[in-house]
Ligand binder design. Structure first.
Ligand code: MOS
Length: 724
């Protein structure tokens, strides 16, 4: 089905099931520990052996020699795979560095061997006996030092401009020119990367933990040099991804290679201390922002330049994204620059681009409001735009930023905030409030599904869509229930298997809207099949209460199914939506307390107001947003991969050293969704919220700390030493 904008009225608009706060249909499996994750699939093959990954001990250089003799002789060892004996390997489309390194080493902890043994302990012991002699080469590991060498990336859209920034900025009455930094971040999802590989002749079955089934299937085939049709990926439950599982990783490849070498099913999990340097991370950024405005508070000129680093052939962190679209101003420019660094591979992490980009821009807006003597809520409202400021002929499909700010300010009690920093006291605490706008693009991806109606009147949905803890199972069930006129318990959902139709997958906050639109398309076909079989007029057919009715005739879906009816379709999008800019908007409000003598920082209250199209399930959407707000607090106050600039690795590579918020760090959180439908986005009229929720949180915390203390910190994370 091809989507034609704007979406017309359709069965989803009834909102009998969709749009209702609904508990996760997979919730009891999750909370009782009975949702099996990849590593726990003892049921899929007997005789499973264990693979233990060896990571490179240098950041850049070559392996001179590997001595496997002692490891091979260790008890229980079945096989050891290295680049020397793995056969010819290709490289996946989505990987920058090789997943099995050697002889060339591209980054620290790049996998260089997998040791397969009868037990996990035997594999781990033998892995310590692998002797590798390295020739270390000099690498570049310091973004600040490499900034001068940064270049314009070849791919994407690194630069943009409108008007004449230089002259606009020089003639502005009030100016800001500041530089902000964000550090490298780790996804730090709970479930490590893990896979079980089972070969059946030349066919490979892989139980794994992956957000994008079809990308993973394609890249595994490319890397192994086998036919894509000979690979099956199965990933029905995922314990968090945040972008770290968008792509094929070493656990999957090494399980496949280990299983081929050992002629046994092999399971591989990345040990936690290997994950931070072996897999991807969100790259650090240096961001320079210049804003010029007139004394009436109108921005006349705005520029945002961002520097980040990655391995050769890698990509930049696109931190300027939101600055192209968020505020008005005739004279503007953005630029993205990329330095070659020999640190582990940088890549997408929750709201890539906008998450670190809003951390900088939204402090700059707070600073500028202060220079202008304006309230920061009012300053943002004054510079709203309903069109793409770089291409004024393109309106936003929906944009309720002003409403988010106004409603948020009202709900949060913003009027009692003292605009003078450092003046509000609560016992030992200096108290402050901060605000930031939230912005994240709304991406839409084609997505397919198959639906089956059986003689129990039950509809089964099959799609390779994943649920990374987001609630995909539930919103897909709600969609099918609404379309077929069934209660929720009459829908079964099967996800995360490449044997099912290819979906949008879980990434870039496109999953909810895109995958349910694919289910919508398949259900439109199933409705047609039902009416055709019954000889009903499809134009006036109503699907309700487990029945289909047309004129004075009716039949239960169970009767209509007979031996079963199956329909499959794909929702595809043409160019029509190019006429509009589709984005999601929000406002974050944060209150902090800072201990006046120790500078300990405590978040006291948080509020997010989101305008993100139709909210398919307010309960799971709220969970997405409070999780994202929590991650934003981590980025503001704690998270930082510490770079060893001599040896080129992330020093704090476990959850003891890489700090993330715990329950005690997170206070009362409130989430408000504006009542919105966006007929440009899809027949679901929905958008994404899972990434919107993190965008702006860091700056709202930073701005609250400034309001509490009068200390402006421009280098994240804002640890207490930076306030003293
Ligand atoms: Mo997201 S960073 O595209 O999983």
């Amino acid at each position: 089905m091809k989507f034609e904008t704007p979406a017309t009225t359709n069965p989803i608009d009834q909102l009998k099931v969709v749009g209702k706060p609904t508990m996760r249909i997979d919730g009891s499996l999750k909370t009782t520990g009975t949702a099996p994750y990849a590593y726990e699939r003892y049921d899929v093959a007997s005789n499973q052996a264990y693979g233990y990954v060896v990571g490179a001990a240098i950041a850049k250089g070559r392996i001179k020699s590997i001595n496997l003799a002692a490891a091979k002789a260790a008890p229980g060892v079945l096989a050891i795979v290295t680049a020397e004996n793995a056969g010819k390997l290709g490289k996946g489309k989505f990987n920058t560095a090789k997943l099995l390194g050697g002889p060339e080493i591209q980054h620290y902890h790049q996998a260089v061997a997998v040791v397969v043994a009868e037990t996990f302990e035997q594999a781990r012991d033998a892995a310590q006996l692998v002797e590798i002699d390295y020739a270390r080469e000099k690498g570049f590991f310091d973004l600040a030092g490499a900034r001068e060498l940064a270049k314009k990336p070849e791919k994407g859209k690194p630069d943009s401009a409108a008007g004449d920034f230089a002259s606009g900025f020089s003639s502005a009455q009030v100016k800001l020119d500041e530089t902000y930094t964000t550090p490298d971040h780790a996804h730090a999802m709970m479930e490590p990367h893990a896979s079980i590989a089972v070969w059946d002749g030349d066919k490979l079955n892989l139980w794994t933990s992956n957000q994008m089934i079809d990308w993973g299937k394609g890249d595994l085939a490319l890397t192994l040099g086998i036919d894509k049709e000979n690979v099956r990926l199965i990933s029905p439950f995922i314990g968090g991804g945040f972008g770290g599982k968008l792509f094929l990783r070493s656990d999957a490849l090494l399980a496949a290679l280990g299983a081929r070498a050992a002629k046994r099913p092999v399971k591989v999990s990345l040990p936690r201390p290997l994950m931070f340097n072996n897999t991807t991370h969100r790259p650090a950024t240096i961001q320079r922002i210049r804003i010029g405005a007139n004394t009436d508070g109108k921005i006349t000129a705005i520029a945002h330049e961002s520097w980040s680093g990655d391995l050769p052939e890698g990509g930049p962190e696109t931190a300027v994204n939101q600055t192209r679209l968020l505020y008005s101003g005739a004279d503007r420019m953005t630029a993205t620059r990329l330095a070659v660094l020999d640190l582990p591979e940088g890549n997408a992490m929750r709201a890539p681009g906008e998450a670190p980009g809003t951390m900088a821009l939204e402090i700059a807006m707070d600073e500028m409001a202060e220079k202008l003597g304006l309230d920061p809520v009012e300053f943002r409202i004054r510079n709203d735009t309903q069109v793409d400021p770089e291409k004024p002929e393109r309106p936003f499909s929906q944009r309720q930023l002003i409403e988010c700010l106004r409603i948020g300010a009202d709900r949060f009690g913003w009027r009692i905030r003292n605009s003078q920093p450092g003046k509000t006291r609560d016992g030992p605490w200096l108290v402050g409030m901060g605000v930031a706008a939230a912005f994240r693009d709304n991406l839409v991806m084609k997505s397919g599904a198959r639906v089956r109606l059986d003689n129990r009147g039950v509809v089964t949905v099959e799609t390779d869509m994943t649920d990374i803890g987001t609630g995909s199972y539930t919103i897909i069930a709600q969609t099918a229930a609404e379309m077929m006129g069934l209660p929720l318990h009459k829908v079964e959902v099967r996800l995360g298997d490449s044997a099912f139709p290819v979906s949008a997958g879980s990434g870039g906050q496109w999953g909810a809207n895109s995958s349910t639109a694919g289910v919508y398309a398949a259900c439109v076909k199933l409705r047609e099949a039902v009416t055709q079989k019954l000889g009903f007029n499809s134009a006036d057919a109503v699907f309700e209460d487990g029945e289909v009715r047309s004129g004075n005739r009716s039949a239960s879906l169970a009767e209509a199914a007979g031996d079963g009816l199956v329909a499959e379709d794909l929702m595809e999008y043409g160019d029509l939506d190019k006429k509009y800019q589709q984005s999601t908007f929000g406002a974050h409000f944060v209150e902090v307390g800072v201990d006046a003598s120790t500078a300990e920082i405590r978040v006291r209250r948080m509020l997010a107001v989101c305008a993100a199209g139709r909210i398919l399930n307010p309960q799971t959407a709220r969970s997405q947003v409070i999780g994202a707000m929590t991650m934003g607090v981590g980025a503001a106050l704690m998270e930082e991969l510490a770079v060893d600039k001599r040896l080129g690795f992330f020093v704090n590579h476990d959850l003891a050293g890489y700090e993330v918020p715990v329950h005690a760090d997170i206070p009362h959180q409130e989430v408000v969704f504006l009542d919105e439908t966006d007929p440009i986005s899809s027949p679901m009229k929905a958008k994404g919220v899972g990434e919107l929720g993190i965008c702006g949180v860091g700056a709202a915390v930073a701005n609250a700390i400034y309001n509490a203390t009068g200390v402006r910190v421009r280098n994240y994370p804002i640890t207490l030493d930076k306030l003293l």
